[in-house]
Design a binder for this molecule. Structure first.
Ligand code: SF4
Ligand code: SF4
Length: 423
């Protein structure tokens, strides 16, 4: 069985909230799965509306564009999967048993990433139970996940990813493992009284990665680069010297607004399921674009100004715990082979920055002075849909550009309310 690398502190047991069945994602199916469901009479369990009782009138499956030989489940009018019952149950599960659910659904919230020597299994923060890290430790599920990995690798084979630090700079798996070690130590750095200052620690990471990605360092031969990382990384991680102070660049701030807009645009698309770019949706997106750039009023429930006076400090232990959990998961998952390691880090922090902006907005709208864990959870869930963008796709590449490089980390490291205060 292939070795699966995973974040050992993550917990998960499905709470059957049905959120993942309502996101409007394409549920990919093989021709064999579709054949089996059709023979079992699945059309009779499928409804086209959330209240619909009329079943058996349409074929629940349609070809998945761009993936010859694969299908997807036709979405309901509200974007949800047509097999979701009003009680949040999966009708395929009810009728045929959990083992016959689509492989895509049995995997969620996990995702596999085959890389040199082993595979990485990551857990999606689109799932509230992953965010809260509740249930059985993933470590205890690793055998079952190994079986799912084998089934997934047979069904959806893909080449093993290789590692790059930045685009065009290949590094070995061992080097990425050292980098994870160093970043983990930096993230968990505590002061003399045992306090973990997440802002300072992310700044420490930003400063170190900034140094590591300097042209002169990136150009080092592989052994010299590994040696440099080992020496400077271990030293910087163990050091008690204060982390570097640096403000994000003006360009990074402008890009962060574009990133926030991308999150909001994806959310609008999910709220308005249906083909094409309809006039109403297009008009809302234009207003949102203006609003994220500070020149327009609130759009529906989006009023970023509401979050300006809200404290985003991590003094609340529950908020601190959630942000630390997210950042630890980010570090442990680095090296999926799907994009350069630095891009993985930057994207994850940019998403967290956007989640914090949403959380502040929600807290402000509710009249609270500081974000709380409920608002941050909601912010993360609203933001993380973007993390599903296929890393090799054009959209994901645009997102990486909008994430603003290491400026995303510097913006986290400074008072985060400046992110939507436009500098
Ligand atoms: S979102 Fe998570 S907890 Fe909810 S049904 Fe999906 S996997 Fe289960
Ligand atoms: S097939 Fe079942 S588990 Fe999968 S998305 Fe539909 S309702 Fe959810």
């Amino acid at each position: 069985m292939v070795a699966l690398r995973h974040y050992a502190e993550q917990r998960f047991t499905c709470a059957q909230c049905g959120r993942c069945c309502r996101r409007g994602w394409d549920i990919a199916l093989t021709a064999g799965e579709v054949d089996g469901y059709r023979k079992a009479g699945a059309a009779a369990w499928y409804t086209e509306t959330d209240t619909g009782t009329e079943t058996g009138t349409v074929d629940p499956f349609e070809p998945l564009s761009g993936h010859a030989g694969h299908f997807r489940i036709r979405k309901r009018a509200d974007g949800a999967c047509g097999f979701l019952s009003a009680e949040n149950r999966c009708r395929i599960h009810e009728q045929l048993g959990g083992a016959r659910k689509p492989l895509t659904c049995r995997l969620f919230p996990f995702r596999f990433h085959p890389v040199e020597g082993k595979a990485v299994v990551s857990a999606s923060f689109c799932c509230p139970t992953v965010v809260a890290s509740e249930g059985e430790p993933v470590t205890a599920q690793i055998r079952a996940l190994g079986g799912l990995y084998n089934e997934w690798a047979r069904t959806y084979p893909e080449p093993k990813g290789s590692f790059e630090l930045v685009a065009g700079r290949a590094v070995s798996g061992a080097t990425v493992a050292t980098l994870r070690d160093v970043l983990r130590t930096m993230l968990d750095h505590a002061d003399g009284e045992g306090r973990v200052d997440l802002r300072a620690n992310v700044r420490r990471i930003a400063g170190f990665v900034d140094d590591l990605t300097r042209h002169r360092v990136v150009k080092l031969a592989p052994e010299r680069f590994a040696e440099y990382l080992e020496l400077t990384g271990r030293y910087a991680a163990a050091s008690d010297r204060p982390s570097a102070e640096r403000r994000a660049s003006a360009v990074g701030r402008v890009l962060s607004r574009g990133f926030l807009f991308a999150v909001l645009a994806a959310r609008e698309q999910l709220r308005s399921p249906g083909p094409g770019m309809r006039l109403g949706l297009r008009a809302r997106l234009v207003r949102l674009l203006a609003h994220t750039h500070g020149v327009g009023s609130a759009v529906g429930d989006v009023d970023l100004r509401a979050g300006r006076l809200v404290s985003r400090g991590f003094e609340d232990p529950a908020v601190h715990g959630l942000v630390h959990h997210y950042l630890r998961a980010t570090v442990e998952d680095l090296g999926t082979g799907r994009r350069p390691v630095v891009d993985e880090l930057v994207m994850a922090v940019a998403l967290l920055n956007a989640a914090l902006a949403f959380a502040a907005m929600r807290a402000g709208q509710a009249g609270r002075a500081a974000i709380d864990v409920a608002a941050l959870t909601e912010g993360l869930l609203e933001t993380m849909d973007l993390a599903h963008a296929e890393p090799g796709g054009v959209y994901a590449r645009v997102l990486v550009s909008l994430a603003g490089g290491l400026d995303a980390l510097w913006m986290f490291g400074e008072a985060t309310e400046k992110i939507d205060r436009h500098g």
